[in-house]
Design a protein around this ligand. Structure first.
Ligand SMILES: CC(C)(COP(=O)(O)OP(=O)(O)OC[C@H]1O[C@@H](n2cnc3c(N)ncnc32)[C@H](O)[C@@H]1OP(=O)(O)O)[C@@H](O)C(=O)NCCC(=O)NCCS
Length: 138
């Protein structure tokens, strides 16, 4: 990432400092989150273990979260960088921020589902080939 880009970035992990409306607006940019209701996003923020919002020049540009027990396991969800800011290392920054918080808690395994395997592999994630990842959409 260019230093000039980095100097305008703010990484926020304190829920009290994140306006759910900013997250709601970032959700407009991904297929699986774009129809979420603002009141549901507010509740999601309250009930999610770890959240990360990144701002660029004071404007929200990226979000990610982890659902976790803070002891053994974590699931990363909703990793989204606004299209204009993609491929600058922001996605990596989101995930590394979540990972650092999880590591401090002692969590030793992170799981997720994705259709962007190349992105996750570049961050050291491996495809599980001896188990099947099962999902039921409710
Ligand atoms: C996937 C996503 C989060 C990546 O964010 P990003 O800020 O562009 O990612 P980075 O710039 O940190 O890139 C990390 C690595 O992934 C690679 N990568 C990112 N997007 C890529 C693409 N479209 N094609 C190929 N490689 C890509 C980068 O080249 C980089 O690898 P490198 O370090 O070897 O160069 C972003 O594209 C996005 O928000 N997409 C829409 C929502 C989505 O699908 N989220 C994923 C949910 S699982």
């Amino acid at each position: 990432m260019l230093d000039s880009y980095l100097e305008h970035l703010e990484i926020i992990t304190d829920k009290e400092l994140i306006n759910p409306i900013d997250v709601f607006k970032i959700f407009w940019h991904a297929e699986w989150t774009k129809n979420r209701r603002v009141e549901d996003v507010e509740n999601m923020m309250k009930n999610t273990g770890i959240v990360v919002l990144i701002k660029y020049k004071k404007k929200p540009i990226a979000f990610a979260r982890a659902i976790t027990d803070f002891v053994f396991r974590a699931y990363i969800e909703d990793v989204i960088v606004l299209p204009k800011h993609q491929k600058h290392g922001i996605g990596t920054l989101l995930v590394e921020t979540l990972e650092n918080i999880l590591k401090l808690s002692g969590v030793n395994r992170i799981e997720l589902t994705t259709n962007k395997v190349y992105f996750w592999q570049s961050l050291g994630y491996n495809i599980k080939n001896n188990t099947e990842h099962l999902i039921k959409n409710l």
